[in-house]
Design a binder for this molecule. Structure first.
Ligand SMILES: [Zn+2]
Length: 427
């Protein structure tokens, strides 16, 4: 279903025809920029599921009469759940119909299922965020109470191992729409297998590695940083909807530009930097295990020119150089979404976005006052990069979890409590 509305910009009086495709989400805050002056125009749709109606609020513009899509005025397609084209108005080419055409009925159903899940996550956002806060603050009793509510089942929360397990079950449940389920299981299996092999081969060497990352606080800090990302993803859930759609869209990648109907570059560029930084530090764990696996000592890198002398030294290296030191690595880090030029440009305030066209332009080279060499990408592609990086960080977070399990179980003798028979969680 669509709402066709006609709005007049508060700033420049330019008029825009809007074809607003409705999502299932109760509250739908949509934003686009006036093509006359660049001012933000906000359309908020609120569904009343019981009465099968919806309210529309417009900010930054006023609704005016005249619903025919006449030439001369601006036009925008808007939808929270799909990327929408920047093209001209074409009758029948609604956001929903065009999306359906691109990915087919079956994929649309999976996409819709994930979005419905996101709707629930949004409604439970305060509860989910509280779980992270309570876990980090060590408020175990309250954490137990809240995690039981969220998982809809009583699982043991008696030992540190139990609490970790409960936290990661809650994460899996809340972030299910973002998951690539098979890949996560693969990552955990790969990590566990390697750990077991290393423990069998030379337990003292593995323990020396784990001791170092635990004693220095590195493992704990990395875990906390990973955990800080999840609530931010919840806050930006609207931006990820079109990005998630691209999981299914094999036609994507041509010259067509698509609009994202919520959030803008300036609101999310820090998240890109944060995730890139966390990934860069998580590589230290991968490298330590790789050195153990290949050379029996977590500090020993492949004896090439310029190899770091220790894991500690390696930790301070930039990501690109770090990745080059992972010789025949046991784990493939998907860093393809981290564009170093883009990341450096963002870090040095040399990336800007045209809010009307959603084109991001960045200038990676140091060129004094002049910024001559530039690259561009669409905001949709940028959001897709963040999605890919978040997924990889999530997998790397499993690595921190597995190392903690090894530390508590094998080195500290902490036991995990078996699940209560009658109360397996339903999530
Ligand atoms: Zn305007």
């Amino acid at each position: 279903m669509n709402h066709n509305i006609y709005v007049k910009c508060d700033v420049c009086s330019a008029k825009t025809h809007c074809r607003v495709g409705l999502s299932n989400r109760t509250h739908q805050p949509i934003r686009f920029r006036c093509q006359g002056c660049g001012a933000p125009i906000d359309i908020t749709v609120t569904l009343d599921h019981k009465q099968v109606t919806s309210d529309i609020d417009v900010g930054g513009a006023e609704m005016v009469d005249g619903n025919a899509f006449e030439g001369g005025d601006h036009f925008v397609d808007l939808h929270l759940d799909f990327p929408v084209s920047f093209g001209k108005y074409m009758m029948g080419h609604t956001p929903f119909m065009m999306a359906m055409k691109r990915i087919g009925d079956q994929n649309m159903q999976i996409h819709a299922m994930r979005l419905n899940w996101l709707n629930n996550v949004q409604e439970m956002a305060p509860q989910i965020k509280a779980l992270f806060t309570l876990y980090v603050k060590g408020k175990h009793e309250l954490f137990k109470e809240k995690v039981w509510e969220f998982l809809d089942g009583k699982i043991p929360c008696d030992t540190q191992l139990d609490i970790n397990r409960a936290l990661y079950m809650a994460i899996e449940k809340a972030f299910f729409p973002f998951a690539e389920p098979k890949r996560n299981v693969d990552a955990v299996t790969t990590i566990t297998k390697l750990q077991m092999r290393l423990a069998k081969r030379d337990k003292a060497a593995l323990n020396a590695f784990v001791d170092e990352i635990v004693d220095t606080g590195f493992l704990r800090n990395l875990q906390l940083d990973c955990l800080e990302i999840y609530p931010k993803i919840i806050d930006l859930e609207l931006m990820f909807r079109p990005a998630l759609f691209l999981d299914f869209d094999e036609t994507y990648g041509g010259n067509t530009y698509y609009r994202v109907s919520a959030h803008e570059f300036d609101e999310v560029k820090d998240l890109f930097k944060d995730i890139a930084e966390i990934m860069s530090r998580a590589v230290v764990l991968v490298a330590g295990l790789n050195n153990l696996n290949r050379r029996g000592d977590h500090n020993k890198f492949s004896p090439a020119k310029n190899a770091p002398s220790s894991l500690k030294e390696f930790a301070d290296w930039p990501l690109g150089l770090k990745l080059a030191q992972l010789d025949n690595c046991w784990y493939h880090i998907d860093a393809s979404d981290i564009d170093h030029r883009l990341r450096n440009s963002i870090a040095h305030y040399k990336a800007e976005s045209d809010k009307v066209t959603q084109v991001i332009t960045y200038y990676p080279k140091k060129e004094g006052l002049e910024q001559a060499t530039s690259f561009q990408l669409q905001f949709l592609d940028f959001s897709r990069k963040i999605l890919g990086m978040f997924r990889e960080t999530h997998r790397l977070n499993h690595l921190t979890k597995c190392l903690f399990v090894y530390y508590y179980l094998d080195m500290q003798g902490v036991k995990g409590t078996p699940f209560y028979e009658e109360d397996e969680p339903n999530g």
